[in-house]
Design a protein around this ligand. Structure first.
Ligand SMILES: *Cc1c(COP(=O)(O)O)cnc(C)c1O
Length: 433
């Protein structure tokens, strides 16, 4: 498979190049030249296939040629070696729980896949790789965990100071070894901007083999198709495909769902649930795309004012607004509605949602309200314990700590505070590498 830059000023590359570079030299996102079409019989008989076979079927056309099949099979198996259950919350609503991985959020899937691909390509080249990543909360932990102790790979994580939850912060600042955390006095958008600038700074890239681990990287974006397919495997009513509601920030996750749908995965409609950072919600109503400054909310992993993956969605729909709105709707949910939803879902159905899942739940209800008879699922993207400071006061009960979290809450944070200024990042990288 070849990948072209959405800015169309850089040459096409293969999967390996696209993974190593992260972003094209012209600052565009990479996009596959063809979208594979999967046989309808496969979807009809999906329960006859193992999870690994399903995942391999989706990813193989995108990777083929860049590594041997057995290597890819091994990576796929390690990527999805935890449960991804579809849990019924009420009659017409299911939760696809994506938080059973090591850092308790869906980003484990993309991060595990990408870190293993990059580890494989780095071994081939025998050169040190520096992975640079900006996080609004969950990416950092997932990436740190995915790359921890991987030989030849150093990870530098930028996160907005005071704007991630305490569990998230521990997950990205307590590993040590090849994982380094920079606490930026600014917003997630500032962190993302600084990272983007580093990739086009030749004074760095000529000396350091820099790559990104953000959701713009194809090796993180593409494997996110897996759990949409695994959800379909668990969906009972094969005659009536689900509405799928995705709590969205940078729009990588939902874009992977839309891609899987384009390959043939049955889905009745997609809903992007946003918090008050609602650029895309506004766009789908007005046709006008107006980037905003990110506003902090309870669902902090979605505090994005200019979602980088949205250009991929536009490309997928040939920039035709009508085609897009046939498949995708969006709702914006306030913090107050998020709290009320967490409480109501807990009190009525004994289901505990995290703030992102609650936004997804309510977004789905908004859509189902005007489409009676349909059923759907929301993606529960993080474990509620990651946001216990929000969730516990709302439900008036403690959230028990899973083992993965118990092990880190008492560890000491190790981070370096830096100004929200590209020069500060450059100086750090110059000095260190
Ligand atoms: C990253 C994240 C999101 C948003 O996903 P995008 O792919 O950026 O749209 C939603 N929920 C949680 C818990 C996240 O960590």
């Amino acid at each position: 498979m070849r990948y072209y830059s959405l800015n169309r000023q850089s040459p096409d590359v293969d999967f390996k190049e696209a993974t190593i570079r992260g972003q094209a030299p012209d600052k565009g996102l990479y996009f596959p030249e063809q979208i594979p079409v999967i046989d309808p019989a496969f979807f009809k008989n999906i329960d006859q296939f193992s999870n690994e076979e399903i995942a391999f079927r989706f990813i193989n056309p995108y990777v083929a040629g860049a590594m041997p099949d057995d290597e890819l099979q091994r990576i796929v198996a390690e990527t999805i070696n935890f449960h991804i259950p579809l849990v019924q919350v009420k009659d017409d609503t299911y939760s696809l729980e994506l938080f059973h991985g090591p850092t308790l959020a869906f980003k484990d899937v993309g991060a595990r896949f990408m870190s293993r691909c990059l580890g494989y390509f780095a071994r081939e080249r025998s050169e040190r790789v520096v992975v640079l990543v900006a996080t609004s909360g969950d990416t950092g932990g997932a990436v740190a965990h995915g790359f921890y102790n991987v030989p030849g790979v150093e990870v530098v994580i930028l996160y907005p100071s005071g704007k991630v939850s305490s569990v998230q912060e521990k997950q990205l600042t307590t590993l040590g070894k090849n994982i380094h955390a920079l606490e930026v006095k600014g917003s997630f958008d500032d962190c993302q901007q600084m990272v983007k600038q580093a990739f086009v700074d030749e004074s760095l890239t000529s000396r350091i083999f820099l790559t990104s681990a953000n959701s713009i990287n194809v090796a993180r974006w593409l494997p996110q198709q897996f759990y949409y397919a695994l959800a379909w495997k668990q969906w009972k009513d094969k005659e009536n495909p689900p509405v799928i509601c995705v709590p969205s920030g940078n729009f990588g996750n939902i874009c992977a769902g839309l891609l899987a749908h384009r390959s043939g995965l049955p889905v009745s409609h997609f809903v992007a649930a946003c918090n008050v950072n609602d650029v895309v919600t506004q766009y789908l109503h007005s046709g006008q795309y107006q980037a905003q400054k990110a506003v902090p909310t309870l669902s902090n992993a979605m505090d994005v004012g200019n979602p980088s993956n949205f250009v991929r969605i536009l490309e997928l729909f040939n920039h035709e607004f009508g085609n897009l709105t046939n498949v995708l709707s969006s709702f914006s949910i306030s913090d107050e509605e998020t709290r009320t939803t967490i409480k109501e879902v807990y009190d009525r159905y004994r289901y505990l949602a995290d703030p992102h899942g609650a936004v997804g739940y309510l977004g789905l209800q908004r859509y189902l309200d005007s489409h009676p008879g349909q059923k759907g699922m929301f993606l529960e993207t993080a474990h509620p314990v990651k946001f216990y400071d929000v969730v516990e006061p709302v439900i008036g009960a403690p959230v028990p700590l899973p083992e993965a979290v118990q092990a880190i809450v008492h560890k000491v944070k190790q981070s370096r505070i830096i100004e929200s200024d590209y020069e500060a990042l450059r100086a750090y990288l110059q000095e260190r590498y």
